[in-house]
Ligand binder design. Structure first.
Ligand code: HEM
Length: 264
């Protein structure tokens, strides 16, 4: 119930609001409003909100657990390798005479060089471990089955490319260990049936191990493979978004349905 106003003199009565005069907007609300306006501005010109919504607001099956984060962990390991690799490439010289010296220079003289080189080195080991754990998770949870076979195949190619990434990176410091270990690795490749000798010739860049081998490994390591991995991760994540995540097998068994209950 609205109470009648007390009999106040006109000067003391609350003034009615003028048209257009609203509540005082708080600074935080202004910032929020500016954010929304910016997103709207971009969306009006690109219509990106639809695809963004498609990627972000997905149904996730019941029972997902920490094992489902291994794919994202692999992705972040890859991103960390990409960022640290860019900084290493700023100082590294892929020539047989300067490679070792430039790697030594990064470790001993460049600001945070040892830290960034260490991150790249240990990050590569971590990525190999994570990609294997992620593959084991998708295998044991039956995520390779219909309709995700293609994503499994893309995953296998990603696994091989991750290994080739480690193999080609190992030569780059060009010290005694990396030199001889790579010769052993290339020779092992050469023992493969039919394609083996061609593969080892391709990796060496000829019959002999030398200057071409190093620049070839460098080009494969920092141009060819990152490009291929980025493209394949894009396809991999597109399929994850499109097909949704597999429910844990014990929940699938309960409902007796392999596919439909995944969009619960
Ligand atoms: C660079 C390497 C890789 C990255 C960055 C990556 C990333 C991801 C991410 C973020 C997901 C969604 C989250 C998850 O389920 O964990 C996923 C799902 C999946 N990945 Fe990978 N992955 C990689 C390699 C592999 C490999 C080696 C395989 C198998 C051979 C594989 C097979 C799958 C499958 C089948 C799914 C669907 C899982 C489901 O539906 O539950 N991935 N991946």
């Amino acid at each position: 119930m609205k109470l009648p106003l007390p009999p106040l003199p006109t000067a003391l009565r609350p003034k009615p609001k003028r048209p257009g005069e609203g509540e005082r907007v708080k600074p935080l609300d202004q910032v929020k409003e500016a954010g929304i306006a910016t997103v709207d501005w971009v969306d009006e010109r690109t219509s990106l909100s639809g695809p963004a919504r498609w990627v972000m607001f997905r149904k996730v099956p019941k029972g997902t657990n920490w094992f489902y984060t291994l794919g994202s962990a692999t992705l972040f390991a890859f991103l960390s390798q990409a960022v640290t690799g860019v900084f290493l490439a700023m100082y590294y010289d892929p020539s047989v005479t300067n490679a070792y010296e430039s790697a030594r220079h990064i470790t001993n003289d460049v600001f945070l060089g040892e830290f960034v080189r260490g991150m790249h080195k240990w990050g590569s080991t971590l990525m190999v471990i994570l990609v294997c754990l992620h593959m084991a998770r998708t295998f044991f949870f039956g995520a390779y089955k219909y309709p995700r076979e293609l994503n499994w195949v893309i995953g296998v190619v990603l696994l091989i490319l991750t290994f080739v990434m480690s193999f080609t990176g190992y030569l780059l410091p060009f010290d005694q260990r990396s030199y001889w270990a790579t010769i052993v690795g290339v020779n092992i490749n050469g023992t493969g049936p039919i394609a083996g000798p061609f593969l080892s010739d391709f990796l060496r860049g000829g019959a002999e191990f030398g200057a071409t081998t190093l620049s070839r490994f460098y080009a494969i390591h920092m141009l060819l493979l990152p490009g291929a991995i980025i493209a394949l991760i894009g396809a991999h994540l597109y399929l994850v978004t499109k097909l949704g995540t597999t429910a844990p097998p014990w929940l699938r068994a309960e409902s007796g349905d392999g596919i439909r209950e995944e969009s619960i």
